[in-house]
Design a protein around this ligand. Structure first.
Ligand SMILES: [Ca+2]
Ligand SMILES: [Ca+2]
Length: 331
């Protein structure tokens, strides 16, 4: 009751006061009244205020930080979203430039390929032309060589034929000459056989059964030996009897000598140089002879043992010349 009264008095007091005074009074009233009612109430308001203020500041900081973060995120997103188109445009421009360069390179490449094709075609054409020319030249050369070989073969055949004919004629003439000389010498011998001044053979010749023989001191081929005998009015020895064969064998004393037998005219057909028929005389061939080895043995030699062997006419042997004896030759 006392409080109520005090309030009422207080109200009355304020009603009686001017407004300005009343505010002063109002401001002063709680202090005085609280202090008067509860001495602890004067200390609480500042603490709450500070707490509230701190909370408010904290909230403000949180809100502000959140806003800043959100704003930053949005800004970044915005900046990124703005930068992407620029990057894409730049990349697109780069791709466009690359495509343009590739197109130019492709055009250049096509031109080079075209030039290469043209060059290749020209080169192939030139090679083809050269190949045709070369084939023609080669064909012409082959033909020339073939003609040359043909001419050489013809010339060789003609030469061989002429040589064979000459040899045959030579042999025939040799035989005829020897036969004539033999006959002539025989006639002389018959006319002068009783002359005591005569000797059968000239100096250097050996007499045997009506014939004179000379043995060479050197070696020559068959044709040279045959010519040597002709130059001495004689011929290569003609062996007609066993006695002549033994005389020849004993005289040569193991040396190989040409005799006047050959098959130069016809292979296998043996002829004596004086025309004596070989079929009418005895032959003294060595065992296995004549064998015409390598188809090149056409002249006959007397071997070391006196047996006969057909041999190449180009071999060099000694030789024996034969001629009829001269009953009336004076030394
Ligand atoms: Ca022969
Ligand atoms: Ca032989």
């Amino acid at each position: 009751m006392e409080l109520k009264n005090d309030d009422q008095n207080f109200e009355e007091f304020h009603l009686d006061q001017p407004r300005g005074d009343r505010k002063k009074q109002e401001n002063l009233k709680p202090e005085h009244s609280v202090q008067a009612a509860d001495p602890m109430r004067g200390k609480c308001p500042p603490l709450v205020f500070y707490i509230l203020l701190g909370v408010s500041i904290l909230l403000s900081v949180v809100v502000l930080g959140t806003a800043v973060i959100l704003f930053t995120g949005v800004s970044e997103k915005t900046s990124l979203s703005l930068a992407e188109p620029r990057t894409n445009i730049s990349q697109l421009e780069d791709i466009t430039q690359m495509l343009s360069k590739m197109k130019m390179s492709d055009t250049d490449l096509k031109m080079e390929i075209s030039q290469l094709k043209s060059t290749d075609s020209e080169l192939f054409s030139e090679m083809k032309t050269s190949g045709v020319d070369f084939k023609m030249e080669l064909s012409q050369m082959k033909q020339n060589v073939s003609e040359l070989f043909s001419e050489m073969k013809t010339a060789d055949d003609d030469f061989k034929m002429e040589f064979t004919q000459l040899k045959r004629k030579f042999t025939e003439w040799s035989a005829k000459l020897a036969a004539i000389e033999n006959k002539f010498q025989q006639q002389i011998s018959d006319l002068q056989q009783n002359d005591p001044r005569c000797t059968p053979c000239a100096t250097g010749w050996r007499y045997f059964e009506g014939k004179c023989y000379q043995f060479s001191e050197s070696s020559k081929n068959w044709h040279e030996a045959n010519l040597d005998c002709f130059s001495k009015q004689s011929y290569l020895i003609v062996i007609r009897t066993n006695q002549q064969q033994n005389f020849m064998k004993a005289t040569i004393m193991g040396q190989r000598c040409w005799i006047g037998l050959n098959d130069l005219t016809v292979e296998g057909q043996w002829n004596w140089v004086d025309g004596t028929d070989s079929k009418a005389t005895k032959m003294f061939w060595a065992s296995g002879e004549p064998n015409n080895e390598r188809n090149n043995e056409h002249c006959v030699e007397a071997r070391f043992d006196g047996k006969w062997n057909d041999a190449p006419c180009t071999f060099d042997f000694r030789w024996i010349c034969e001629r009829p004896s001269f009953p009336c030759v004076t030394n």
